[in-house]
Each structure stands twice: as structure tokens, then as C-alpha cells.
Design a protein around this ligand. Structure first.
Ligand code: 3H9
Length: 647
């Protein structure tokens, strides 16, 4: 079946694009649009054309799967020019999302109408590229330079109403889009046509505007190339004639398309879309998820409860006594209040979130709960007692999950009458914000329980990654190796601040030592001490030396660095130098690039071991864990992609 079909509604032709799943602009669609212009221009009975899409969305962009291959004709910029140059005016009728090349096609149309709730945008920077079919050139001509800069450098789509206010769309419709667009086209024919976007005048803002934007975009981009290139394209677009700006944009697009950053971001794009529905789940059906329980109202439990409420699930929050419960509910309230302060929630929404939480100290409140997530103290005896209580009070078919980050889920589940319903769901703090969810089945976890874990991740908008059982699962195991490698550099004489600066330079928000100071050194220390007490041979780390010297991080006024009271700025510490002196020997100097290569290489090596042991199912799963749980720069693609690409 053809991806482009044409119907007639009197003097209006309706061109329907039907190229599931998202009407991406593959070669057949580009050709279909190209041919449709010729067909309709040649038809004397047609006076205007409505371009509409079947399925869930308007054209969502170029077909990203074609990006690794040489471009094939007709090229999208030519298709957009041809639509704009059509004798009969085209009206783009937008539902869902008109993104990237999809929005560029719409910009080629003489008019754009959008269904209420639809969005439009130029998200190309998220793929490491700039718009390649006039997005940076036509947008300033319809909405002005400032709006264009915002749209192309952030990549953030805007909703129909805002798009109309910005001049990106001409009308916002509700009800039947096809009928509305046809009526719009008929009415438009009664008035003189507006100029095509390419012929509209555009004003060049003062030089100060460009300097300001340059500084702001560079600061946000932190090493990413595409946002600055996108800015350069818009500047060119308002300072040069249309054709010259178009050629500049196309050259920039083709150049970036083949870059390491674009390859990395495409890798992440597809990995993220594959993760929620992994093939190995097969036909297993998730169990119903109508409500949930959370055991423990500390930072983690409250964060999990907030995430569940954000997804609309009623939540029962259990604590051991009234006082702890009051603290847990207060923690939740603080999270929602924070949402209001940041403008993410209205006060009414925050109140509704809170109203959907039932606090209890008696497990009987969980009698009809579909899923319970335990987030209590990380101690095996405490956790086992919780699950014994859950087994007594929950339905036999309820899914019982532990949020443990280090303990063996098999040991926690020991003695459960229905181990098939047990699973590990490892959230990352703050749990209502962080996208990663490690899903850890035991050998006895039933397929539908596993499928429920993935369904929960989808409901919460999280990126699920299945992990096998080992100490630290995927993420914390790699973190341990990363920290050990960072310590090894310090032992051979590299300055702590140099290691952190190198990793920031690589694209992490923080280096490994700054991050430990923020989170506290004591948790990992206590774990090592626990293992030592249990007879394991755990070598002394530099972190151990610091904790023994009373330096647990920012909360104690210092860890790897000193901190002035009330100041989070790390300062090199003479005391640390003293504490560590005996462990440090002078080695060869390393520059930042060499430090980063060493540490990322160690992460990837641990990733290889994890794959070989079957703890992770694919290299891209490891990349998703590092990007969404540990701040690995997205535009580097994750340690496995990065290392593989480097060869
Ligand atoms: C561009 O346009 C460059 C131009 O300027 C220049 C050209 C010269 N291509 O996200 P979903 C697949 S760059 C190929 O789960 P949703 C996706 O892999 C592009 N495939 O759906 C998945 O496949 P599967 C700029 C694509 O309903 C399926 O569609 N555009 C593409 O949650 C469903 O995806 C963008 O960056 C694509 N472009 O959300 C938009 N997009 O089912 C990217 C999706 O086999 N797309 N797929 O796993 C999106 O943001 C979302 O897909 C959208 C729908 C919001 C549209």
C-alpha cells in the first residue's frame, strides 16, 4: 500500500500520509509527497491541499534509521521547497507531534493548523544534528530570531497554543481535524495568500543578542556540538539570503550527521525505545496494576511513593510506628511542595497527589494491593521480617518487590510461599526524578511478575534495565570499579581535583570524588566494614582512611575536599593530603584526556565482565544504566558504545 494517498473533498484535495509507526520521512514518503505536488498542481479542479497523517501522530521527523546511510533522492529540503512552491496552497493539519523534518514539511506548507494538545518542534539537537531541511532558516522567518533560537538550540517541542502565540501555527482546532482543516483551507482561499515562509522578511537582532545566546548555549551544551551549530545556522539564516542560509544549514547537517556525537545519540535513542519492551519477555502478560504499597517513608520510600502517585496510582505508605509514619508523610509532602515551587505542579495537583496516599502502621492496609515495594533499612534481617509480614497480609497474587541495592534478593525472598511473585526493583534517588529502574528477577520470579516490572517502568515513565544478581547489580558494580580506578590514579600521584576536573571535562556533572562528598563516604564504608566483619577479604580503600579520620563528606564539613561552612565549593585539603600521604607514590603525569580514557575504559571493562556473566543482557542496557543512573554524558553514548566506537 502506498504511504501517500489522495482524496478529494470538492475543490480541496486531502493528502494522507500513512507510514507507521510515526510517519517518519523515509524515501518512499518523500517520493510520495514529491509526486503529490505534481499530481495536484496538474489537477484544475483542486484549489488547495490539506496534508494530514494517519495513526498516532503527524510526521515525527526524518527516518533516523536512514542516518547511517548515504542520502537518497528526493532529498527532504527539495521536497519542502517543492511543497512551498506548489501552485495550490498546502495546509498542514497537525495532530500528535510535528517534529524535525515533519515540522519542516509543515513549514513548507502555506498554512499550519494544529489540533489542541498537539506539539511542534525541532528536536534535532537531541540526535546530535541540526535541522537539515530548512528548520533553522524558515522558523525565524515565521516566528522571529529569538523564538527560532529557543526552538532549535533546546530541541524542546511546544504545545499548539504556545506555537500559535509564537506564530509557528496559524490556528488551533478542536474536534475533527480533517473537517476543521478543510474548512480552514476553504476560508483561506477567500483572502489573499500570505507570503511563503522563505519569502518573509526577518529582522536581525543586535549583535549583543548573538553574543548573549552564544554564551548561554555554550554553557548549557557542556561539550555537545549540535546546539552551538544550530545557533550558528539561525544566525546565518537571519543575516544571509534564503538560499545561502539553506546551503549552510544543509552542509552543517550533513557534517554533524556523520559525527561521533550523532552516532552516540542515535544509539541512545534506539536503546531507550527498545528498553521498555524487551523481546525476551515474549508473550508474558503483566499483572494488573491498580494500586501500590510502599514500605518505608525515608528518602527512597517517599521518592518511590511520589513516583507512583505521579503515575496516578493510589498508594498505601507503611511505617513501623505513628512517629515514623508522620515523618514519611512529611517527606512526601516536601516532594510535592517542591514540585509546586518549581512550577511542575499546581497547588491543587499537589493536594490531589497527597490525597491519594493512605498512611498506615498496620500491614492489614495492604490486603488488596497489587504491588508492594519495600524500601526499608538495608539489612537482611529487617528486610526478611518485612516480607514475612507482607506474605501474611497481601493477596497471594500480589507482586512483592524489594528496592535493595546491595543485598541478594534470593536471600530476602527465602521462605516466601509464593516466590514467583517476588522481584527486585532498584530505584535511584531521588526516585521520583531519576529515570533508571533496574529490574532484578530471581531464578524463581515468574515471567508475568517480570513483565509487571517492565509495565510498572512504562507507567512511571522510567527506563527499565534487567539486571542479574551480583553485588551492586549493573550500576553499583560499575560504580565500584570506577571509584577504585579513580583511587588508583590518586595512589599513583594524580591530584584528586585533576581526576574530578577530567571527568567533568568528559561531560559528567561531577567527578567521582566530588560526587562521593555530596552523597557521603560512610555508606560504602559501612558496607565494606560489614563484608570484613563477615570474613571477606576487602582491601582498605583511600575512602576508608578518610572515613576513619572523620571525613564522611560535605555533611561533616569535609571528605575528599574541605568545605567552608554553608559553601558547597570543594577546596583542596591539607588534612586529606596528610591522611593519604603514606598511600601515595609519585607516578607518571596524566592529562585530562588520559584520565578520562582510563576511567571510562575501566567502566567498559567491568561492563564486559557483567555481560560475560549474563548480569546484563546487552551492551546498550549497560549504557542506559550509566546514562540514566550515574550521569554518564548522553552524547558520549555510554561506556560500552564509547569504547566500541573508539575501537
Ligand atoms: C530529523 O527530522 C532531521 C531533519 O531535520 C532533516 C532531514 C534531512 N525515525 O517514541 P516511540 C520509532 S531528525 C525512525 O516509542 P511515542 C521508534 O523507534 C528526527 N523511527 O513513540 C519506535 O519504534 P519501535 C527528528 C522512529 O508514541 C516507534 O517509532 N524527530 C522515529 O512514545 C515508536 O516510537 C525526532 O527526533 C524516527 N524519527 O512517541 C522525533 N521516531 O516501535 C523522535 C520514532 O520499533 N520521535 N521512531 O520500537 C519521538 O519523539 C516519538 O517517537 C514521538 C512518538 C513523540 C513522535
Amino acid at each position: 500500500m502506498s504511504v501517500v494517498s489522495i482524496e478529494r473533498e470538492g475543490e480541496i484535495a486531502v493528502v494522507t500520509v500513512d507510514n507507521p509507526p510515526v510517519n517518519a520521512l523515509g524515501q518512499a514518503l518523500r517520493q510520495g509527497l514529491w509526486d503529490a505536488v505534481a499530481t495536484l498542481d496538474a489537477d484544475p479542479d483542486v484549489r488547495a491541499v490539506v496534508l494530514i497523517c494517519a495513526g498516532r501522530t503527524f510526521i515525527a521527523g526524518a527516518d533516523v534509521r536512514e542516518f547511517g546511510k548515504p542520502p537518497v533522492e528526493p532529498h527532504l529540503p527539495d521536497v519542502v521547497n517543492r511543497i512551498e512552491g506548489a501552485v495550490k496552497p498546502w495546509v498542514a493539519a497537525i495532530h500528535g507531534s510535528a517534529l524535525g523534518g515533519g515540522f519542516e514539511v509543515a513549514l513548507g506548507c502555506r498554512f499550519r493548523v494544529a489540533l489542541d494538545g498537539a506539539s511542534v518542534g525541532l528536536p534535532e539537537v537531541g540526535l546530535g544534528i541540526v535541522p537539515g531541511a530548512s528548520g533553522t532558516v524558515r522558523t525565524p522567518r515565521v516566528a522571529g530570531a529569538a523564538a527560532a533560537v529557543d526552538l532549535v538550540t533546546t530541541g524542546k517541542p511546544v504545545k499548539a497554543a504556545k506555537a500559535q502565540a509564537m506564530g509557528l501555527v496559524d490556528a488551533v482546532l478542536s474536534g475533527d481535524l480533517r473537517e476543521g482543516a478543510i474548512a480552514f483551507a476553504r476560508a483561506a482561499l477567500e483572502a489573499p495568500l500570505p507570503l511563503p515562509a522563505s519569502e518573509r522578511p526577518v529582522t536581525d537582532p543586535a549583535a549583543a543578542f548573538w553574543a548573549e545566546q552564544q554564551a548561554a548555549v555554550a554553557k548549557r551544551a557542556k561539550g555537545e556540538a549540535a546546539p552551538l551549530s544550530a545557533l550558528a545556522c539561525v544566525q546565518k539564516a537571519v543575516q544571509a539570503p534564503f538560499a545561502e542560509a539553506l546551503a549552510f544549514e544543509r552542509a552543517t547537517f550533513l557534517d554533524l550527521r556523520g559525527s561521533d556525537q550523532a552516532a552516540a545519540l542515535r544509539h541512545v535513542f534506539f536503546a531507550e525505545r527498545a528498553a521498555p519492551r524487551p523481546a525476551h519477555l515474549g508473550e508474558a502478560k503483566p499483572l494488573p496494576l491498580r494500586n501500590a504499597g510502599v514500605i518505608g517513608g525515608g528518602t527512597m520510600g517517599a521518592g518511590i511513593a511520589a513516583a507512583l502517585r505521579d503515575a496516578g496510582l493510589p498508594v498505601v505508605l507503611i511505617e513501623r510506628d505513628a512517629e515514623a509514619l508522620a515523618r514519611g508523610l512529611a517527606n512526601l509532602q516536601t516532594i510535592f511542595d517542591g514540585g509546586v515551587k518549581r512550577g511542575k505542579l499546581t497547588p491543587e495537583q499537589a493536594a490531589a497527589r497527597m490525597a491519594g496516599v493512605t498512611g498506615a502502621t498496620d500491614y492489614a492496609a495492604l490486603a488488596d494491593t497489587d504491588l508492594v515495594i519495600e524500601a526499608v533499612f538495608e539489612e537482611i534481617g529487617v528486610k526478611r521480617a518485612v516480607f514475612a509480614d507482607l506474605a501474611r497480609h497481601c493477596r497471594a497474587d500480589a507482586v512483592l518487590a524489594t528496592n535493595t541495592s546491595y543485598l541478594d534478593p534470593r536471600a530476602i525472598a527465602e521462605g516466601l510461599a509464593n516466590p514467583g511473585r517476588f522481584i527486585g526493583l532498584h530505584f535511584f534517588s531521588p526516585a521520583n526524578v531519576m529515570k533508571l529502574l533496574e529490574i532484578v528477577p530471581t531464578p524463581e520470579t515468574a515471567p508475568e511478575t517480570l513483565a509487571t516490572g517492565f509495565a510498572l517502568a512504562r507507567a512511571l515513565g522510567k527506563i527499565p534495565v534487567q539486571a542479574g544478581i551480583c553485588e551492586g547489580f549493573i550500576g553499583n558494580r560499575i560504580l565500584k570499579r570506577y571509584r577504585a580506578a579513580a583511587e588508583a590514579l590518586v595512589r599513583q600521584g594524580v591530584a584528586i581535583a585533576e581526576v574530578d576536573a577530567a571527568m567533568r571535562g568528559f561531560g559528567f556533572a561531577m567527578g567521582p570524588f566530588e560526587a562521593q562528598d555530596l552523597g557521603g563516604l560512610d555508606i560504602a564504608f559501612l558496607q565494606r566494614e560489614g563484608a570484613r566483619a563477615a570474613g571477606q577479604d576487602v582491601p582498605e580503600t583511600l575512602g576508608d582512611l578518610l572515613v576513619r579520620a572523620g571525613r564522611k563528606g560535605q555533611k561533616t564539613g569535609g571528605g575528599w575536599y574541605d568545605y567552608a561552612p554553608g559553601d558547597r565549593k570543594p577546596q583542596a585539603s591539607a588534612r586529606v593530603a596528610e591522611v593519604l600521604a603514606a598511600a601515595i607514590t609519585a607516578g607518571p603525569a596524566l592529562d585530562h584526556a588520559a584520565i578520562a580514557e582510563r576511567l571510562v575504559g575501566e567502566m567498559a571493562a567491568e561492563g564486559e565482565a557483567i555481560l560475560a556473566e549474563g548480569i546484563a543482557l546487552s551492551p546498550s542496557d549497560i549504557d542506559l544504566v550509566e546514562i540514566h543512573g550515574y550521569g554518564f554524558p548522553r552524547w558520549r553514548g555510554g561506556p560500552m558504545h564509547y569504547t566500541a566506537r573508539k575501537g
